[in-house]
Design a protein around this ligand. Structure first.
Ligand code: FE2
Length: 301
């Protein structure tokens, strides 16, 4: 095909890819013992994007913004996915897991029937930046056995593409399976870095909800004319299109691309618990107060 033919083919692919339906600015808030962060999913602007319940970015080089951390607290009925962009966080949980995750590492924690964990900065100065995503569990798995998994940066599968690199945390990209597997709803979680002017296409299941969060630089997402820049969340419309296209601007762009199958089930939230009914939330709080919350092992924190 002539270079012109290639160009037409690329433009047609971009025109037929999913469009960005919403751009969500983060809402400044604080959580844990006083960690300043920005919330992108889980606010009045976007209550949730089924099955994704919450997306937080913590990013600061001021120790006062993060040093208080997240002391021991419970979760039930959902999963938390933490991806460290920069810095070090020490974690511990009621299953007995202990350790430090640092730049490029990721953890996928399935709270299931109940887990108590802590996430504390393992640094006193410098930039701490990361993302935490909450993924809902289907009703049948809400009271499943809790599970903790961790991937060191060097063990996250990486795929070289024209003009970039794709790290595959979950799901599949060009026949490379993600480091985290056997997850309810088969979510995809990619970390994509593109050099200036590069183009990227990824297949997304047409039934999935999908979003991209820009970590640095800027790019055109879908066929949208306006570029999306750092720390912005782009929601892709639900459509029959089975792929998304991104075109890096002159700055290049790094973003995470996430998709997942909607559960279409009732969502009842109560702080760190996400169940199907208010009654189940009340039950979780009662068990937490009574000390009967942890089903698997005595709390070791
Ligand atoms: Fe937590």
């Amino acid at each position: 095909m002539s270079p012109f033919g290639e160009q037409v083919k690329t433009l047609m692919k971009e025109e037929s890819s999913r469009k960005v339906s919403k751009l969500i600015p983060g809402v400044a808030t604080s959580d844990g013992a006083g960690v300043r962060l920005k919330r992108y999913i889980g606010t009045y602007a976007l209550e949730y994007l089924d099955p994704f319940l919450l997306l937080d970015e913590f990013s600061s080089d001021k120790a006062d913004d993060y040093i208080a951390g997240f002391p021991p607290h419970p979760h039930r009925g959902m999963e938390t996915v933490t991806y460290m962009v920069e810095g070090r966080v020490e974690h511990g949980d009621s299953l007995g897991n202990r350790g430090v995750i640092e730049t490029g590492d990721a953890q996928w924690m399935t709270a299931g029937s109940g887990i108590i964990h802590s996430e504390m900065p393992a640094m006193e100065n410098g930039l701490l930046r990361g993302l935490q995503l909450w993924v809902n569990l289907p009703a049948k798995d809400k009271m499943s056995t809790p599970r903790y998994r961790e991937l060191k940066s060097k063990n996250i599968p990486s795929v070289a593409i024209d003009g970039g690199t794709v790290k595959v945390l979950a799901g599949e990209f060009r026949s490379t399976a993600g480091g985290f597997s056997e997850i309810a709803g088969n979510p995809m979680y990619l970390d994509v870095s593109l050099s200036p002017g590069s183009r990227f296409h990824a297949v997304i299941a047409s039934s999935h909800n999908a979003f991209a969060f820009v970590l640095s630089g800027s790019g055109h997402f879908g066929s949208n004319r306006s570029p999306v820049a750092e720390s912005a969340l782009a929601i892709f419309e639900r459509s029959s299109a089975s792929h998304v296209s991104i075109h890096a601007q002159q700055s290049g762009v790094r973003f995470i691309l996430v998709s997942g199958a909607p559960l279409d089930e009732p969502v009842a939230r109560g702080g760190p618990f996400v169940m199907n009914t208010e009654r189940e939330i009340a039950e979780a709080w009662r068990e937490y107060r009574d000390g009967t919350f942890i089903k698997e092992k005595p709390t070791v924190i």
